[in-house]
Design a protein around this ligand. Structure first.
Ligand SMILES: Cc1cc2nc3c(=O)[nH]c(=O)nc-3n(C[C@H](O)[C@H](O)[C@H](O)COP(=O)(O)OP(=O)(O)OC[C@H]3O[C@@H](n4cnc5c(N)ncnc54)[C@H](O)[C@@H]3O)c2cc1C
Length: 332
């Protein structure tokens, strides 16, 4: 007596017992999604078709969900395998190399589909394409585009974005990592001078990233020219960490455990002069610093503005708590 039958135990989809809605669901869907409906359905279909997305059939629908009971490492590897599959299916084709508003909107639509499935998947893809790829594209110039964008799109390399430090989150201007130009070899020497300068929270750094954007104070001829961004390799293609780079794991998080956030220390690693992302300033082979913007404040603002949106997204997504139930993709 007193015990009630749990409605959860007899769940049936509402549409199997309720009258159809008085409006046309597909019209509502078109309104909510707004654009690229066909491409979205194609991406949902690609996920439903692969066992990597754990599809289950019930009541004429396909339910998909990552296994959130899996350990941290299992979730990270599953995210990476899903990305490999989506790459082979062509989901990321054109994301960095195809110009124009239609390509931009298509990319955002497809990213949204990945987020409907799992935030870890969308964030891991977002760090690679929007933070690493975005930095190469918007802070770099032709020499960087030619060398890195297609390989990024095809996941030949895996990128991360090392801006935040243990002691410097919002205060990017105060970061302590140093890049010193060596005109004898034509290289930048990148160093973590103290513990508060360790790069922290870097998505992709703990397990998979082969390359990173490093934000550092640029020192030339004893003068600090302020924060600049450099490309550095941190792992080889077999995912071994390169010499003079130390990486540690940020560990479990409340959610997003499918993303491998890590900490990075640089011990005087050397990168070629060409790896400076030189949209607003460059260093000539003899060590002369050149910029079309003289005022360091304006230079810093011009330099960071294309990336602001990406950082806001990181912060917003960091507070998401994992979903614990399966989803059936909308209107499929
Ligand atoms: C899961 C996760 C993934 C991340 N991934 C990356 C990554 O891939 N790459 C990367 O570079 N970084 C990454 N970050 C770091 C992220 O960009 C920083 O956490 C963010 O910039 C905020 O810095 P902070 O955590 O040091 O907070 P703080 O800067 O210390 O801020 C703490 C609080 O103080 C407030 N505050 C700060 N300054 C001011 C001010 N001047 N006036 C008023 N209020 C202020 C802030 O709004 C906030 O509420 C990640 C973080 C998380 C949690």
């Amino acid at each position: 007596a007193g015990l009630q039958f749990s409605p959860c135990l007899s769940y049936a989809p509402p549409e199997s017992s309720e009258a159809p809605p008085a409006f046309a669901p597909m019209e509502l869907r078109a309104l909510l999604d707004g654009h690229h409906l066909r491409e979205r359905d194609w991406a949902y279909g690609a996920m439903e078709e692969s066992p990597l997305f754990c599809p289950r059939r019930a009541g004429g629908k396909v339910f998909v969900s990552p296994d959130y009971n899996e350990g941290k490492e299992g979730q990270r590897e599953a995210t990476m395998r899903r990305i490999g599959y989506l790459t082979r299916r062509g989901v990321f084709r054109g994301w960095l190399t195809e110009p124009g508003p239609d390509a931009e909107l298509r990319k955002l639509a497809l990213l949204e589909c990945l987020g409907v499935y799992d935030h870890s998947l969308a964030i891991k893809v977002g760090v690679h394409f929007f933070l690493w790829g975005g930095a190469v594209k918007f802070l770099g110039t032709k020499r960087h585009h030619d060398k890195w964008l297609l390989d990024t799109e095809n996941y030949v390399i895996k990128g991360c974005f090392a801006m935040t430090e243990l002691g410097h989150g919002s205060n990017v201007r105060g970061i302590e990592t140093v890049a010193t130009y060596d005109s004898k070899t034509g290289e930048f020497v990148i160093n973590t001078p103290c513990e508060s300068a360790q790069k922290y929270w870097i998505g992709g750094a703990a397990n998979h990233a082969t390359h990173t954007i490093v934000f550092a104070q640029l020192h030339i001829n004893g003068r600090n020219e302020g924060v600049h961004a450099f490309i550095a390799q941190i792992r080889d293609q077999d995912e071994n960490v390169l010499p003079n780079i130390h990486i540690a794991d940020c560990g479990h998080k409340i959610g997003l455990n499918g993303v491998d956030n890590g900490r990075i220390w640089f011990n005087n690693i050397r990168v070629p002069r060409e790896n400076l992302l030189n949209l607003v300033a460059d260093v000539l082979p003899d060590g002369k610093y050149v910029s079309m913007i003289d005022n360091p404040d304006q230079r810093f603002a011009a330099f960071l503005s294309p990336l602001t949106l990406g950082r806001v997204n990181i912060a917003v997504n960091a507070v998401y708590i994992s979903k614990v139930c399966s989803v059936a993709f909308p209107f499929r």
